[in-house]
Design a protein around this ligand. Sequence first.
Ligand code: H79
Length: 446
Amino acid sequence: MNLILLLVISLWFCPAGMARDLPEDTRMEWWREARFGMFIHWGLYSIPAGAWEDKTTHGEWIRQTAQIPIEVYDQFIGEFNPLKFDADEWVRMAKAAGMKYIVLTSKHHDGFCLFNSNYTDFDIMNTPFKRDILKELADACRDQGIKLCWYHSIMDWHHPDYLPRRSWEDRSADGAELDRYITYMKNQLKELVTNYGDIGVLWFDGEWEDTWHHEYGQDLYDYVRSLQPSIIINNRVDVGRSGMQGLTKKGSYAGDFGTPEQEIPPTGIPGVDWETCMTMNDHWGYNKNDNNWKSDVDLIRKLADIASKGGNFLLNVGPTAEGLFPQPSIARLHAIGRWMQVNGVAIYGTSASPFKDLSWGRCTQKSIKGNTRLYLHVFSWPADGQLVVPGIYNNPGDAFLLAAPTKKLAVHRKEDALVINLPETAPDLINSVVVLDVAGKRECAI
Ligand code: H79
């Protein structure tokens, strides 16, 4: 019994040892390497910018949360004219922040399509703008070498065949056929997957209403994979998501990765791919009154925390109706980019920490020619200049700061710990990364 427990614990903290199905590995390879992406929530809801009558806390859900009748909401289509939109500039900002993929809302719950669709008039070609935003982003992504992905909502508050209706709406459901809606969605997915070159991820959402079932989810997953076999699809295509925590429940459900929303799981789970999606303030769509921005410190440490648990970080930007990223978002992207320029190797292609808890920060790791490179993310710089790496029996190799790679740091053993002598001051007050090479595979501290 104890032996089994030991085995379970050691697998838990040594995810690098887990075997994965090979074809799956090949398909997921770029995504696991990438670790960091940009979510973009953009649509008609950026016009009211969160304000409706006496409330200013709405977001991309405004049609539902302000109970706006469809014929009123649909008027926004005549106003959407983001003349300052510049796809090259958006992609440049994502890349400069160290992001490796972009997930743009092709359609959110309101049903409005940011692309040129043959299957609806509720699309970008019926706005004064009349430019296929997805096409422009696809060209910019291809030119600048970043993966392009779509967010697509299953729930649709506009299409007459989608069911159920909002409970407060008096729009009749007579004659509505969900099957017809599914055909519509599949036709649009074909447009999305075949008209814009290779797509990295299809990120579904809005799967939780009681009309959606496992059979539909599995069929949609198979359909999208048949259009592009290499594509990656999140677990919200099916009904296996366990609440906002987002990982897939036990059982047979479609989807390649879990989707914790606005939260970071307490630990990683060996062999399970997941991605935390999160806002920089409290809204996904642009909200002009929301000033509750997360700090640079918080965001940079969250990125390290997520990587240390083996997950990806999908960080959101909600552009304005003019087509601009909000200034506070730009400032945060800059700060993350500055940190990533020095420390990106401690994020990309790393796997989860072999340690349970580290009092001073987090750890990520890479296997290099049979040896292990540990990246020690130091949030609290030790006052005595001694960084204690506890419970490690491997022989130490080189140690150095990513901010000063040519200056080797002394390492000595103290009982079951390795101790690294650090300079007096931290090179980065947010997160200074110390590299520690150790011989062989990282042995677990249990
Ligand atoms: O696209 C973003 C959200 O719009 C979507 N998922 C992310 C990626 C999402 N859909 N549902 N939810 C998130 C959770 C639902 C929260 C709700 Fe509410 C509580 C809906 C109504 C009450 C949040 C708060 C939205 C409106 C008020």
